[in-house]
Ligand binder design. Structure first.
Ligand code: PMV
Length: 333
């Protein structure tokens, strides 16, 4: 039996679209910050058949749909395929039992899949540790097989998902850019709506190539990835802000022009990002925004801007606010 804990990460340079959907091999590199909270905990054990139980923060059991269980089964099958490939064919002989406890409030618009699959990957590594010690890169590959972005939550601080090339299962993996002590950035989350997103990112990735702007996006990705990486290493917030917002709008442009179009943002998102741009200009506050596959706005800022950004967030009527900061990623308990 093994238990792990992990948290979500928020991408500065977004992962959108795969070169191989079945193996979740991304079409381009991405880069993110791992959050300190909220967390999920997963306990795994060997079992004859797969069982998955999921509990919410208040202790109540969440009834999982058939498609949720199928995703865990698919992830286990791919994980076993990967183990087979690296000469560990029998480490998980038949199946596993999975008990998941999530402290991620369903209302804050934070996708839990990065936290869940990074946590599960770390727990699987713990389960087989008497037979072999997997390194973080190998654990990140197992995480990626469940959710591409999960490969990044294996690491604390700032981390990249390296796309790699070809169709081999381990050709794409996560790596750390800088650890959580490198730069204290806060993420103040503004949630304008509680609606469940209509098209999940797994289905969304498959539509990326239908947008006429997707190839142009891929051309820009190496430059953006490098600028973002440099901005983090040199703690250049202004440079980070420019490239993060450029990439965020570009991803949403691809989403909105795919067939069928995916509109994850709403009027409130646009109102909030306009207001942030005004605030930044009038008061010279270091703050940047980014949005994933939903209308939730993430405001990132260094420590000295935290109070002003929090005051701005709390002044947004009808929105929920959640505050977090850079964190340490998936750990074995
Ligand atoms: O890991 P997935 O398949 O849930 O995809 C994540 C997609 C975005 O959140 C929109 C971008 C990202 O890089 O996290």
């Amino acid at each position: 039996m093994a238990t792990a804990r992990s948290t979500p990460n928020i991408a500065f340079i977004k992962y959108w679209g795969n070169r191989n959907n079945d193996l979740r091999l991304p079409a381009a590199d991405s880069l993110s910050m791992t959050l300190d909270t909220p967390s999920v905990e997963i306990t795994v054990d060997h079992a004859d058949t797969l069982s998955v139980q999921s509990f919410q923060a208040n202790g109540s059991e969440k009834v999982l749909q058939e498609k949720d269980i199928a995703r865990f089964q698919n992830h286990l099958d791919l994980t076993k395929e990967y183990f087979h490939q690296i000469g560990l064919a029998s480490v998980i002989s038949s199946s596993t039992s999975i008990i998941l406890r999530s402290h991620i409030p369903s209302s804050i618009g934070l996708a839990s899949s990065a936290a869940v699959f990074s946590c599960l990957a770390r727990a699987y590594a713990g389960l087989i540790k008497d037979k072999t010690n997997l390194d973080d890169e190998q654990v990140s590959i197992i995480a990626r097989l469940g959710s591409g972005s999960a490969a990044r939550s294996i690491y604390g601080g700032y981390e990249a998902l390296i796309a790699g090339e070809g169709d081999v299962i381990d050709s794409s993996y996560g790596m750390q850019v800088a650890n959580e002590k490198h730069w204290l950035l806060h993420d103040i989350i503004i949630v304008p709506t509680q609606e469940e997103k209509k098209v999940g990112s797994t289905e969304g990735h498959a539509l990326a190539w239908t947008s006429p702007y997707y190839r142009k996006r891929l051309d820009q990705m190496p430059r953006r990835q490098k600028e973002c990486w440099d901005a983090i290493m040199t703690k250049d917030f202004e440079k980070l802000q420019r490239v993060v917002e450029e990439d965020c709008w570009d991803m949403h442009n691809v989403m909105q022009t795919s067939i069928p179009p995916l509109q994850y943002l709403n009027d409130e998102t646009y109102r909030i990002t306009d207001a942030i741009e005004e605030l930044r200009e009038s008061e010279n506050i270091p703050v940047l925004y980014t949005m994933d596959a939903g209308p939730t706005v993430h405001l990132f800022c260094p420590d000295d801007a935290r109070e002003k950004v929090l005051a701005f967030a709390n002044a947004q009527k009808g929105c929920r606010i959640f505050e977090t900061k850079v964190g340490r990623g998936a750990v074995l308990l």
